[in-house]
Ligand binder design. Sequence first.
Ligand code: ATP
Ligand code: MG
Length: 661
Amino acid sequence: MTLPKLRFPIKTKLTVATLIPLGIAILICWMAGVFILSSKVAAQAQEKVRYDLSVAREAYQSELSRIYDVVKLTASFGRTAETIASGDRRAVSESLSSLRASERLDILAAVDASGKVIFRANNPELRGDDKTRNQFVARALKGEIASGTTILPSSELELEGDSLVRQARIFPAAGTPVQLNGAMFLLVAAPVRDKAGNLLGALYGGVLLNNNQKLVDRIRSVVYEGARKNGRDVGNSTIFQGDIRIATNVPNTDGSRAVGTRLSAPVQERVLLKGAKWVGRAFVVNDWYLTAYEPILSLQGVPIGALYVGMLESQYSAVKIDMAVLLSFVLLVSGLVGVSMAGFLGRKLSQPIRELDLLARRVAAGERNVKSSIDSRDEIGDLAVRFNDMSRSLVEREDSIIELNRNLEEKVQSRTAELEEKNRLLVQTREELLRVEKLAAIGELAAGVAHEINNPMAIIRGNTELLQLSVPEEAPIREEVDTIFQQVKRVERIVSNLLKFARREQMEAGAVRLNELLHEIVGQIGHQVSLERIEIAEQYAESVAQVEGDADQLRQVFTNLVLNAVQAMPSGGVLSVRTQQVEPAGSYEVKVGDTGVGIALENLRQVFNPFYTTKANGTGLGLSVSYGIVREHGGRIDVESVPGGGSTFTVVLPRSQTPGA
Ligand SMILES: Nc1ncnc2c1ncn2[C@@H]1O[C@H](COP(=O)(O)OP(=O)(O)OP(=O)(O)O)[C@@H](O)[C@H]1O
Ligand SMILES: [Mg+2]
């Protein structure tokens, strides 16, 4: 099965063609943007945590500095030296106890030059124990100031008093208390000298780090400035003793501090064993954090714990998501702008093509002079110009075809007319030929008959005249004799006409002045017929001069015509005789017309036939004789008639009977 081929408009194709690269570009931009943003944000976050760790270290160090300042200053006071030198325990106790309280130190104690404790501010009862194994005190007794972080072993811690032992205990939220070997302290030890510079002993003081939530909270507030999100602190900090959280604000799920929990193995390995920093993403207690750890070193430079800061990863994920959303939004908006631009451009580019299509349809529907008004300087513009050329040449071609058609039609018409004319002439010629043949045969016969009748008729006429002379006028048979005489004359006339018709006589050619001849005939016609109620109209053209011919014969012709015309008007009318010069040049035309009875159409051709007559005394030879004479003169005779309206006989005679005369 073949699927029907889908048809897409050029507008859609253009739009899609623009959109595909745009879409691909947007997709690439989006992926690259998201990738760059997330990696940048991640790198930035790592960088920030690294920086946060140094801020945390500064805060940690500033606590140590505070202790350092207190211990150093107190040790350098002259009074301290005096009281230690005097061995006045009361005086020492007074000054150190109040100092410990005011400077928020957890331990503050003085030792003599041999390293024996002479006073403990937090456990005044206990003294005399040897502190020389303490590295800090040992250094102080050598005249140096020692400061740093240290782990006081449990035995030493116990000497510092029960309350500190209790304070140092770590109770995780769940489970049993953590067993720690000692407690971690920020510790400073400074030598005490008399005025002469002799070492009298040393002073050491410190702050317990176990459960020192104040310190970690301060570090956090310095680093994160109390930033919170969704009711949670964004960041937190921790102090580790070994791998145990001893002071922290990392929360458990129940919100309590996650003290007592442990460092993850990889971090422990890197920070505690290798003494290096660890920066990275880590799962701390129960959340993902961006974290930084660094080791807390002992006086000897051995890692004994760690300082940690961390920031909730969700904080950065939210930033990443925000940025990705922003980027997507920007790309979506540009995509939409791109789509509408592509749509607009597609429409604009396809518009002239649609216009050309419309114009082509109009041309196909037969419209002429269709012109495109597209004016663009590109292939479509060229196409529009070609279209206009095509439309114009179509019109021109159509015009020339129409012209050709018209010419052809005219030619066909004229040829048809010529053919009809030739046909008519052929028919006429054939009829004339027939008539001539017929006339010749009849003439032959008539001539024989007339010749034979002539001699007996002369005898009859002579004898009839003699009979008239011999029979008196009043005799009863005289009427019959007269009738015989009249009929004899009639027969003589017929015979004479027959002889004329047979034309045995030779034509005597001479110059005949037509106008004069006609005027003479009209003048004399009254002798033969009555012209009562007949009006005569003569009209002779001056250009009509003389023709070459037999004057007697032509007289016969026109007399016949005039007589017939008068006889056709028994109740009167107009007899018109006109001449004029006609084409072919050198021919004259004589028209003899009447307003008489006219000739029926079916009889029109017969009038020239011999013996055709409608008259009681007619011989029917007048017109046939005239026809023969006119033909012999090289002319022609014709008739037009309207039954009841009159007839007109036309005779055309050449001036000369030889062509070119
Ligand atoms: N002017 C005319 N008007 C009406 N009919 C005519 C006219 N001229 C001739 N005819 C008709 O043609 C016939 C033949 O004419 P034609 O002159 O040959 O013989 P005719 O006049 O009848 O006899 P004839 O000439 O011997 O007196 C006429 O009988 C008449 O019917
Ligand atoms: Mg006649």
